[in-house]
Design a binder for this molecule. Sequence first.
Ligand SMILES: NC(=O)c1ccc[n+]([C@@H]2O[C@H](COP(=O)([O-])OP(=O)(O)OC[C@H]3O[C@@H](n4cnc5c(N)ncnc54)[C@H](OP(=O)(O)O)[C@@H]3O)[C@@H](O)[C@H]2O)c1
Length: 345
Amino acid sequence: MKHIRLSIIGFGVVGQGLAELLTTKQALLRRDFGLEVTLISVANARHGFIYREDGLDIPTLLELAAARRPLTEHPGIQHWAHPLDGLQATGGDVLAEATGTNLRDAEPGMSHIRAALAQGMHVITANKGPAALAAQELFALAQQYGVQLRMESTVMAGTPVLSTIREGMAGTSVSAIRGILNGTTNYILSAMSTGRDYREVLAEAQALGFAEADPTADVEGYDALAKILILAFLVFGRSLKPADVFRQGIISITREQVQRAIENDRRIKLIASLVSHPEDDTLEAKVAPIELPLSDPLSRVDGVMNAITIHSDTLLEVTVIGPGAGRIQTGQGLLADLLAIAHTQ
Ligand SMILES: NC(=O)c1ccc[n+]([C@@H]2O[C@H](COP(=O)([O-])OP(=O)(O)OC[C@H]3O[C@@H](n4cnc5c(N)ncnc54)[C@H](OP(=O)(O)O)[C@@H]3O)[C@@H](O)[C@H]2O)c1
């Protein structure tokens, strides 16, 4: 039996989703992967970092988190006020980093990931900030310390996009990628295609929990832009900056524009794209609302669903459709990364 000692920093929707999967999938992990995962430490912003050498009890942690009670009520733990101090004192085999995405300076995730890699821990992360702004530095650090950095759930949550391209499609030459990489905007545009107004649909999406109270990151295209930066590095080996990406959100799309597109057998979608131009060695990066013909598989992806089409020499077009968010769906991406690491141990 292999044994992994896991630390989770960021114990919100996604961190708890991963923890839940570790209990619901415990028998499967033992049977199919010969793997025992012990959750040794957990941290959030309010309660700091807790550690128990023999492992934390996940149902207890989930109960405390659901009741918004201090995680420090877990019996038999050691506690540090600052996650970095706790992590440095206690270590582990793998860090799952799931704090909030910050596209200004990628903190606090950046410091957590740097510290873990530098002390020889593998890192799996759902956090788009470090992945979008500093992938090159972090992968170099991982290489320096002989550990892995995996980030499947940063793009389309647990839907396997990065592993499909990097592992499943190994050996292809990818020429372009086009995707619906933000569920909130796809929900809004899909609902507008039934004749409703942007404002009304946005309010509904907020009430249903599909859109944040401040929807800027989604509707202005910043969330999709972050994913484009991640794909640019992982698929094309290019470190783009946010300013290198043409970005247009959906806030100025009117009901009339959406209806006119439908009358012409087209659908407006927020498309994030990367197109390689080998003739001048450039990579064109864009997030913008585009009218797609119905023959394009992306035109038929509705609601909060995400999708990506990968254009390559050997497979021509491959389209992957699946969930792009959610507690268990994103936890699944982290679990797949954890299993990929366990496989190489
Ligand atoms: N939710 C999704 O469906 C989804 C999908 C794909 C990717 N992601 C990414 O996954 C990450 C987590 O998302 P989420 O939905 O789980 O967010 P969330 O519910 O807001 O949870 C964030 C967690 O990070 C903790 N945190 C913040 N600052 C911290 C610090 N300095 N030290 C330790 N913990 C800190 C928060 O602590 P408190 O609990 O004390 O506030 C909270 O537990 C984000 O980067 C997000 O973009 C999410």
